[in-house]
Design a protein around this ligand. Sequence first.
Ligand SMILES: *Cc1c(COP(=O)(O)O)cnc(C)c1O
Length: 235
Amino acid sequence: MNDAASVRERYEDVLKKIKDAAEKAGRDPDEVTLVAVSKTKPIELMEEAAALGQLDFGENHVQEVVWKQALHPEYRFHMIGHLQTNKVKQVVGKAVLIHSVDSVHLAKTISDVSVRRGLVSDVLLEINVASEPQKYGFPPEEAAGAAREIAAFPGIRIRGLMCVAPNSDDPEKNRPYFQKMQHLAVDIGQKNIDNVFMTVLSMGMSKDFAVAVEEGATIVRVGTALFGEREYKGA
Ligand SMILES: *Cc1c(COP(=O)(O)O)cnc(C)c1O
C-alpha cells in the first residue's frame, strides 16, 4: 500500500473523481484544491505524493506540522485538527491555512501571535454543521456573529468555512450538510463584513469528497483514499 505505484494510482483516481464531480456540477476543476491528509503518515509517503505534484498537506497535530515542515519547508501545510491556544505559537507562520478556528478566543490568540510576528494569518471558521455533540466548531447559527467579532482582530483574515461532516458510508447522507455550508458561506459573504472573505469552502473527506465538490467545496481534505488506512484513526 505504501509503494510509489499505489500512491500514484490512488492520487490519479482522486484527481479524476474531483474532475468528474466538478464537471458534473458545471464547475471548473481548477477551483478545487486537494489537501492530502498526511497525519500519522511517514515523510517518505508525502515525498512520493510531492513527486507527483501534490504539495498541499493536511495535519491535525501541531507537533507533526512542526517536524514535517522543518524537513520540507516548500510543502504547504494546512492545520486541520483542533488547535489548543497554547500551541498557536508553534503553528503560526508554518501553516498556510488554519482550517479549525472554532472559538473567538482561539482566533484572538492567533491574531495576537501573528501581530507580534508581523504576519496576518489566513483561517477558516470550523462549523459543527450537523450539530454533533462530540464535534468542534461553531453552531451554524452563530457563525455570522463569530465572523463579525473575529474580523475585527488585526492579525487574522477569515477566508471561508470548514466542516467535518458526519462519518457515513453513504455520501448522499452528507449532501444536505454540504449544501448548508454553501448557503451559510453565501449568507455570511452577503453581509459584506470588512476583512471577511467567503471564498474557501473546506469540506469533503475520503468517503464523500465527490459529493462535496458537487456542492461547492473549494478544498477537499483526503487522507485514507490517498495513503491508505491510518493505524490510529484521527479525529
Ligand atoms: C483525518 C481528517 C481528514 C481525512 O480523513 P480521511 O477520511 O482519511 O480522508 C480530513 N479532515 C480532518 C479534519 C481530519 O481530521
